[in-house]
Design a protein around this ligand. Structure first.
Ligand SMILES: NC(=O)c1ccc[n+]([C@@H]2O[C@H](COP(=O)([O-])OP(=O)(O)OC[C@H]3O[C@@H](n4cnc5c(N)ncnc54)[C@H](OP(=O)(O)O)[C@@H]3O)[C@@H](O)[C@H]2O)c1
Length: 375
């Protein structure tokens, strides 16, 4: 079941499943079809999609546990949740999956959501279900890079990861960012998740196409990389040119205001002006450069750096989400809370279309300057 199937990413996911089924019927790709059902809360939008794609659909809201259970019981083996902000949708669907013995996958990049799903580990294990959040660009690509670095330096105690990809977001991503805008930043420090100011640290990083300014960001990769590798200190950076850094830093003083109801309403209204999502031509041309550094400061200061090059964020998201759902349906995952690389290993990202890597220490180390920003 693809829940949120008529959203921007949900619709691309549904079409990707149909393409893969088509390939299967022509003797290519996977050895079995996916029997897909579309789902969401809005009857009109779902009906239009059902008519267009010729696939069955199921309408249900997430406010009523009985309706969720009814929709999942019997014939649904796995839910792929594409309905974000996931702070509103993950918990009711995860609980429904645990009650009905259904595996759960989503594409969240929200730290509190991943942490919340992690807390359901033992109940999911008892129920015999897999909970695998963040099966998208963030966190599959970075999580696999983190696992690769951890394999290269097993005694690492600090992990810094970064992404260089400037692209217009979809409206759903804008809404999700607005929803979490009050939280600021987050890092793992000494094995504990800590909420820190926005752009807490800045760093000059060579992502593989020259050095660029980057700042720490509260991406879900902070949590997944920590759970996958067990490394106690994890920070995630994204490129942030000086004007963006200034805006991020002013967030510290504006956060209470940004979280207030009238400002949230205004921001959400403004988000309605954003296009639905990046067009097909833009997705074909996009790319992302990922960088990661593991350090073992306790011993003799060992340091390893690796990089990864991927297609566009939305292309990777769709490919990663469907590939993850396929592996879960094939029974390739353990029960309980899983991270992408924890479940499938670091090489998983290399199976996705157009991903190149891992490039180990392939560019000069001009990127080791970290700057703490005074709070
Ligand atoms: N981790 C990553 O790398 C990554 C990459 C891309 C996208 N994402 C995330 O994926 C999410 C979806 O993005 P998108 O571009 O597809 O957004 P979108 O076009 O706005 O679609 C969102 C979908 O979620 C549904 N939805 C939202 N709130 C709901 C609720 N409370 N109950 C039931 N359904 C609800 C919407 O249905 P209605 O129309 O009925 O509201 C719609 O079908 C966003 O949170 C985005 O940040 C993550």
């Amino acid at each position: 079941m693809v829940y949120g199937s008529y959203g921007f990413v949900g619709n691309l996911v549904a079409q990707e499943v149909l393409d893969r089924n088509h390939n299967h019927n022509r003797g290519r790709g996977r050895d079995r079809e996916i029997d897909m059902v579309l789902a969401g809360r809005d009857r009109e939008q779902l009906t239009a999609q059902v008519d267009e794609l010729g696939v069955p659909g199921r309408v249900f809201h997430l406010g009523d546990p009985d309706l969720i259970d009814e929709a999942l019981t019997d014939d649904v083996d796995c839910v792929l949740n594409c309905a974000g902000p996931f702070s509103n949708t993950a918990a009711p669907l995860v609980e429904g999956c645990i009650r009905t013995g259904t595996d759960y996958v989503d594409i969240t990049g929200e730290i509190p959501v991943i942490e919340g799903i992690g807390e359901r580990d033992s109940d999911a294990t008892d129920a015999g279900v897999t909970l695998l959040p963040a099966a998208a660009f963030s966190a599959v690509a970075m999580d696999c890079l983190a696992a690769h670095l951890s394999d290269r330096l097993p005694n690492a105690d600090s992990l810094e990861l970064g992404v260089d990809s400037l692209r217009p977001p979809s409206i759903g991503t804008v809404r999700t960012v607005i929803e979490g805008i009050e939280d600021g930043g987050a890092v793992y420090r000494d094995g504990r998740l800590e909420y820190v100011p926005a752009a807490w640290r800045t760093r000059e990083i060579d992502f593989g196409r020259g050095t660029r300014s980057a700042a720490t960001m509260p991406m879900g990769d902070v949590s997944t990389a920590h759970y996958t590798t067990g490394i106690p200190n994890v920070s995630v950076y994204a490129i942030a040119p000086p004007p963006a850094r200034l805006a991020l830093k002013s967030h510290r003083y504006l956060a209470p205001l940004l979280g207030s109801t009238p400002v949230q309403k205004g921001l959400k209204r403004l988000s309605g002006l954003v296009r639905e999502g990046p067009a097909s031509w833009s997705r074909k041309r996009g790319s992302a450069y990922l960088w990661g550094e593991a350090r073992a400061d306790g011993s003799n200061g060992e340091r390893v750096v690796s990089r990864l090059l991927t297609p566009d964020v939305y292309v990777v998201t769709v490919d990663a989400a469907v590939a993850t759902a396929e592996r879960v349906l094939d029974g390739d995952t353990e029960d309980g809370f899983q991270t992408p690389a924890g479940a499938f290993g670091p090489e998983f990202v290399l199976d996705l279309k157009g991903v190149e890597g891992f490039f180990d220490e392939s560019t000069p180390d001009s990127d080791s300057r970290t700057v703490d920003v005074p709070s």
